[in-house]
Design a protein around this ligand. Structure first.
Ligand SMILES: NC(=O)c1ccc[n+]([C@@H]2O[C@H](COP(=O)([O-])OP(=O)(O)OC[C@H]3O[C@@H](n4cnc5c(N)ncnc54)[C@H](OP(=O)(O)O)[C@@H]3O)[C@@H](O)[C@H]2O)c1
Length: 266
């Protein structure tokens, strides 16, 4: 990737800003290479202090960039794509983060034979720990390789077919909230049994991180790792079974399916 090129992020909200911060944290991009658009030019001072350029002019942002992220709410996507379409050239690459807007819709509005990707990251992209699933209309080209290496610098990636993007939204993008809630619940349990909230959260978060790292680094199965913790008549199996009797796995699975169903309706 040419590191001197610019990136436009259309929609500097929660995920747009997280992407911008992750790109800078990766040391591949300088803040000055990233132009972020919002619906207003009247922005809090602290946003400007981190060195990013902000504008409410989407066309201008697109014209001065090669890679264009679309990170606006789904209901605004079509109008914004129509607005920027005349500024898109054959050199541009589009990465849409928008839930529920298909590559074919973007392609039809843009009317250019360019690489268009749909990516589903999560907010951990800010600290380069995202899980990002990526689908594209063109997979055998330098532009797509550039997109993959951009996201590889921001966490882990998986190339998928576009029909699985909705599933990726539920499991990976919404998923971070599910795991955060699980950590919060563990912290609350920890406080009830004697830890100050701050200490309980540290123990819960590092324990969750350790569990994830066991699977990611050793490529083991969760149940194999659980078997190593559960001794006969033991403390862990008592807690685990109590959670299951109260629907722990079932609630998690149902939540993911519910998010998927909701995302399919968008
Ligand atoms: N949040 C996540 O974790 C996540 C993960 C994966 C995918 N997504 C998808 O990413 C998209 C954005 O989500 P979000 O959570 O970041 O939403 P958000 O926080 O509401 O951000 C949307 C941004 O779009 C800006 N905007 C509105 N109208 C605009 C316009 N005409 N031109 C340029 N910018 C405009 C808004 O600016 P103002 O603040 O000035 O109005 C706001 O900064 C959604 O489609 C969502 O499904 C989100």
């Amino acid at each position: 990737m040419n590191v001197s090129e610019k990136i436009a992020i259309i929609g500097g909200g929660n995920i747009g800003m997280s992407i911008a911060q992750g790109l800078v944290a990766s040391h591949v991009y300088e803040p000055q290479q990233i132009i972020i658009t919002r619906n207003t030019s009247d922005l809090p001072k602290d946003l400007h202090e981190n060195g990013f350029s902000f504008t409410d002019d989407n066309k201008k942002a697109v014209a001065s960039s090669r890679i264009v992220f679309i990170a606006v709410l789904p209901q605004l996507a079509h109008a914004i794509l129509r607005d920027i379409a005349p500024s898109i050239t054959s050199n541009h690459v589009i990465i849409s983060i928008v839930t529920g807007v298909f590559i074919s819709e973007i392609s039809e509005i843009i009317s250019q034979d360019i690489c268009i990707a749909r990516a589903m990251p999560n907010t951990a992209i800010k600290i380069r720990e995202s899980m990002t699933c990526i689908a594209s209309n063109k997979k055998d080209c330098q532009d797509f390789e550039d997109i993959i290496s951009l996201f590889n610098a921001l966490g882990k990636t998986l190339v998928i077919d576009e029909p699985l993007i909705t599933s990726a939204t539920a499991l990976g993008s919404c998923g971070i909230a599910f795991f955060l809630r699980a950590i919060r619940a563990a912290s609350q349990g920890g406080t009830q049994i004697g830890f100050h909230a701050e200490d309980a959260q540290l123990i819960a978060a590092q324990t969750a991180k350790g569990a994830a790292e066991l699977l990611l680094q050793l490529h083991t199965h969760p149940e194999d790792e659980i078997d190593k913790v559960t001794t006969p008549h033991g403390v862990t199996i008592a807690g685990l079974n109590e959670m299951e009797h109260n629907g722990f796995s079932s609630a998690f699975i149902k939540g993911i399916v519910e998010s998927y169903l909701k995302a399919t309706k968008k």
